[in-house]
Design a protein around this ligand. Structure first.
Ligand SMILES: C[S@@+](CC[C@H](N)C(=O)[O-])C[C@H]1O[C@@H](n2cnc3c(N)ncnc32)[C@H](O)[C@@H]1O
Length: 487
């Protein structure tokens, strides 16, 4: 029987969802971090899983390396160099082509195991995972964050740990982020530092989250001095301090965010399907895709996968600042309708702005497209839609007319792009109940996708198109797009 603290040799077999490799020791399954399939390793058992049925381990020594192993490009994240590697690059020790191949295996495995798809189906056998290029500076991430330690220095957390380990330059970040040298500051009274480096000519936006009990207004001057210490001469930046998040139980007025320099938003430039340049406003803390090349790829791929025709109606659930909605609006044109639903107040406000007359997220073919932006949880919005469209909670607005915040009529296509936990049974069933002809599921977690694919298949929806995209290099994360059609 394996116990925490045990050390032994093991040969790793396959890759598992979540980044670890699977091996066996005396008949028991062991999930080994920092490994590559097919390696002989010496491992240390860190913990046992549910009912002691499996164990979690990390590598102490590589006895026979895989030909796909490389020196980790980031020493602070290299498990062979440090006992507490920082998170955020758990595939860094694997050659890039092998990373993509392993991600393909994980998608296929989750769609088979949880989605009950046939592993021998043409779709799974022909699965392609595209890899997005990095920017010329070698980075890819346009959104990063650091934790702050007790002395005000920037750092990152280790895998599943609360410590803050000092970290300076981030090798995966685009140059515009590392150029700020923020690690040279002492960020007292700050608990977290986020940076957004936009694709437009706007300067990067630094969002500093105040420590618990600190009022942003009182530390504006300190933060400004610290910025002056770090930034190279002539380096422009925007910076805003936001208050510490409040838990549901805390009462009283929340302190206001305080602008320190520049503006509290950035603009993101994206190339639409016909080649036009669109611009999206993204406010401080608002959602935007992380990989510099992801917005173009996603907008274009999803628009095409939707198969939408002029005059049709599309739903864009978990819509963010309207990235995918803009591509859908371009396809349905001036007689069509797009309904986009977003739960975060900042991001929903960005979407509303982006499709307003002042916004710049419409292609020339979508100037008059009806784009309805609803700030709401998706589940609640779908309930309101059902109530206004003869569903189980059929109802009119309080004034007696149709409900203003949801469109009338059924969708032709539903696109959904939920966060990691996926959409879940209730949302999936509500979408199926709206009877679109096509559902396009954009997933950042293959296991949640597999589970939701299983729900859709229970209702007679079958995957008809599938594509992966490796837009999180050096991590185990991967994006998958699946088109489902009825029957
Ligand atoms: C993966 S992002 C996709 C955003 C957008 N499609 C894009 O590509 O930019 C998911 C979005 O869903 C929002 N969100 C998360 N849970 C939600 C919920 N239950 N209801 C509505 N929106 C939600 C998040 O704020 C985030 O903007």
């Amino acid at each position: 029987m394996i116990e925490p603290g045990d050390e032994f040799e093991i040969v790793t077999d396959t890759i598992a969802h979540g980044g670890a490799c699977v091996g066996r020791h005396e008949g028991q399954v062991v999930f080994v971090r920092d490994a590559v399939p097919g390696e002989r390793l010496r491992v240390h058992i860190d913990s046992m899983g549910k009912g002691n049925r499996f164990a979690h381990a990390h590598v102490i020594e590589v006895l026979e390396p895989s030909p796909s192993r490389r020196t980790h490009p980031w020493p602070e994240a290299d498990a062979l160099l440090t006992p507490q590697p920082v998170g955020g690059a758990d595939y860094g020790h694997i050659l890039p082509d092998t990373q993509t191949r392993l991600k393909k295996q994980v998608i296929a495995e989750q769609l088979t195991r949880l989605g009950r798809m046939d592993p021998e189906s043409d779709l799974l056998r022909g699965l392609v995972v595209d890899a997005l290029d990095r920017t010329p500076d070698g980075g890819w991430r346009t959104r990063v964050h650091w934790a702050v330690d007790d002395t005000g220095r920037l750092g990152m957390h280790p895998y599943h740990g609360a410590d803050v380990l000092p970290v300076q330059e981030l090798p995966f970040a685009v140059e515009a982020i590392n150029a700020l040298h923020l690690w040279e500051g002492e960020w007292r009274n700050i608990q977290r530092v986020d940076v957004a480096a936009p694709s437009s000519s706007d300067p990067a936006l630094v969002v500093l989250t105040a420590a618990e009990g600190i009022i942003p207004e009182e530390i504006v001057d300190d933060v400004d001095v610290e910025l002056a210490t770090c930034l190279p001469a002539g380096q422009e930046v925007s910076a805003v301090i936001v208050p510490a998040p409040v838990s549901g139980r805390q009462r009283g007025e929340k302190p206001e965010p305080q602008l320190v320099r520049g503006t509290s938003e950035v603009h993101e430039a994206v190339t639409a399907p016909g080649g036009e340049k669109l611009m999206f406003r993204v406010g401080a803390g608002g959602f935007w895709q992380n990989h510099a090349k992801a917005p173009d790829w996603l907008m274009n791929t999803v628009a095409e996968a939707s198969g939408l025709e002029p005059g049709q109606t599309a739903w864009d659930l978990y819509g963010g600042a309207g990235l995918l909605a803009a591509g859908l609006a371009d396809r349905v044109g001036e007689r069509g309708t797009v309904w986009t639903v977003e739960g975060s107040p900042v991001t929903a406000d960005d979407a509303a702005h982006n499709f307003s007359p002042e916004g710049r997220a419409r292609t020339s073919g979508a100037r008059d497209t009806e784009v309805v932006v609803t700030r709401s949880g998706v589940e609640q919005a779908l309930r309101r839609w059902a109530a206004g469209n003869g569903g189980p909670h059929h109802a009119r607005s309080r004034r007696g007319g149709p409900r203003a915040d949801v469109p009338q009529g059924s969708p032709d296509v539903v696109v959904l792009d939920p966060p990691r936990q996926g959409a879940g049974r209730r949302v999936v069933e509500a979408i199926a109940g709206a009877e679109p002809s096509r559902i396009v599921y954009v997933a950042c977690d293959p296991a949640a996708l597999g589970r939701d694919a299983g729900f859709l298949r229970d209702h007679g929806w079958e995957p008809t198109w599938l594509r992966g995209v490796d837009m999180y290099p050096d991590t185990h994360h991967v994006e998958t797009i699946v088109v489902f059609e009825k029957g």
